[in-house]
Design a protein around this ligand. Structure first.
Ligand SMILES: [Fe+2]
Length: 327
């Protein structure tokens, strides 16, 4: 394992298809009309470029999220909150046994800037990596234009709560039209009757109305924050473009419709469970698994995160459990 400290993005001139090739440590990234090609000192890998860009978009927007972001069963990142591991085959039993796996650690700004540059260069006009596949054009072909506004869109991260003065605003027709799949969701907002003198300190909003106006999928947004407790609801359609590996317990509350979860061992990828969550169901994903969701119809999911920076260490040293409750 090596640590690289520069923040300069290393890229070539455009190739025959019009895309730059990027280098980060021992990894190289190249795209052609249909695929992303990754090489590292002991191997290489190919992913469909639509899945690669959808995963890359989330890794960039979430700033590497909690724990592991697997782009697929081979390639991904692990967040150490200040540095990031980039790996190939590290959490894949067969690659491990064949000793073809590879990990390098980078200062977060370097990998962030490299990923941002690659996402922007490789995303063509009309393709939105955050949108449902039913609501975007395709990413394929030789380079044609770009979609910088989509790949750099603002991610909602409320400091207290959506709707609180000075915090994230509620959504309106002018900024976020109601999604085609949530046309039946009530747009009524709660009435607020504050005691005189407290008008500026009481806030409320309809989370269902707010989510019905989400233009992105599989993108947990922070709508409220109380110390380390983060409510991160999201709307889902088709397949979660990453396989998320937890470094802490993560709670799910299915607010509408249905999601099927494939749950695997975080480190080996061995199947552990299939979870079908219907509206009203609550589940806690353990801290030692990875999971990928399938949503056949646009659905609303509340993800509840405990953002405390001490948790991964508490779990690693056995002071905290990977389960929230022992029955
Ligand atoms: Fe997750």
């Amino acid at each position: 394992m090596t640590t690289t400290e520069a923040t300069e993005v290393t890229a070539t001139e455009p190739n025959a298809e019009g895309y730059k090739q990027f280098t980060l440590g021992g990894f190289t990234f190249r795209r052609d009309e249909f695929f992303a090609h990754i090489t590292w000192p002991t191997g290489s890998h190919v992913l469909s470029v639509d899945n690669f860009l959808r995963a890359l978009q989330r890794d960039v927007a979430w700033d590497f999220f909690y724990g592991t972001v697997n782009f697929d069963g081979v390639f991904g990142t692990v967040n150490h909150y200040g540095t990031v591991d980039m790996f190939a085959g590290r959490y894949n039993d067969a690659y491990r046994k064949a000793e073809l796996d590879h990990v390098e650690n980078f200062e977060t700004p370097l990998i962030r800037e490299t990923f941002k540059a690659m996402l922007d260069d490789w995303t063509n006009d009309g393709f939105d990596p955050f949108a449902s596949p039913a609501e975007t054009e395709k990413p394929f072909g030789v380079k044609h234009g770009s979609n910088t506004p989509a790949v750099t869109r603002h991610r909602v991260t409320a400091e207290r709560m959506v709707g609180v003065p000075g915090d994230e605003p509620i959504r309106t027709d002018a900024t976020h039209p109601i999604n085609r799949m949530f046309a039946d969701v009530s747009q009524d907002e709660p009435e607020i009757h504050a005691e005189p003198g407290f008008e500026g300190e009481v806030a409320a909003f309809s989370l269902y109305a707010y989510l019905s106006r989400s233009d992105v999928t599989w993108n947990p947004s922070v709508v409220s924050q109380c110390k380390a407790s983060l409510y991160c609801p999201t709307t889902e359609e088709y397949i979660l473009p990453v396989i998320h590996g937890n470094d802490r317990v993560e709670w799910f509350i299915q607010l509408s419709d249905e999601i099927r979860w494939e749950v695997e061992d975080r480190d080996t990828g061995k199947p552990r469970a299939k979870v079908v969550m219907k509206a009203g169901d609550v589940a806690a994903m353990p801290g030692d698994i990875r999971h990928q969701g399938y949503s056949p119809k646009r659905s609303m999911l509340l993800v509840w995160e405990n953002a405390s920076p001490e948790i991964p260490e508490l779990i690693r040293t056995g002071k905290a459990s990977v389960y929230p409750v022992e029955f």
